[in-house]
Design a protein around this ligand. Sequence first.
Ligand code: MN
Length: 281
Amino acid sequence: MLKLLALTAFAKEISMWRRHMLTVLVLGALSMRLLVQAVAAQTDTGATDTTLFDDLTAANRILYDQGVVDGFGHVSVRHPKDPTHFFMARSMAPALVTPADILAFDLQGEPIDAKGRAVYLERFIHSAIYKVRPDVQAIVHSHAPAVIPFGVTTVMLKPLYHMSSFLGPGVPVFDIHQSAGDTDMLIRNQQLGDALAAALGDKTVVLMRGHGAVAVGDSLVEGVFRAVYTEVNARLQAEALKLGSVTYLTPEEAILSMRTNKGIQARAWELWKRRVVAATP
Ligand code: MN
């Protein structure tokens, strides 16, 4: 009997100890999670220009590495503390951008202090979109060859798999000829930027007839993700159309998938960033 009592007491002690350990573990995991979230928040808001400029540099290199941009194209990010400014490299090939090449611009597309350096002719793509889309924090402009056919034919770019579900709400085509007649095709002033921004509307991507595309996102990670998967979708769609009739994501599938992708797109960014950081001399 005594032995049984002793055993019961021992078992109780063990279970209390286990409960205690469980509390310690849960608290530990919680504080770890808070720490990770704090670090992530700092990165997301670009609390320091160093982090933000490093990320913008990485974005430039990633877009080249992933075949979205070549010698041309650009990516920008809105100033995390001053929504009337954004950051973008001086006029140069994206793959060669370093943090020292990054300049600040206002929402009229004018550099705050270019220090005599040349700026992109098409900076108005960025200024005009940031001006009317407060939700947009990053913008990518490219001439990715795969998207060009969808800007010059009646075939619409549509999401045929989950990675490009952000195309679900529709991909408008901006025809510069309708806004300005014969031009050199470039968005070289704020008026043309405004017309492009109007064509984009509340969508995620706009194609530019005979020129390229613009993808927007609520973070640098999302902007780059969308630019990459717009190009992949265009390639896959052209392939699929050769095979026959294509089934696209339904509008509801696109919405559900977009929600899921929000939570996982950072994984692709980490991988792409690792590749370009490792390759940087
Ligand atoms: Mn261009």
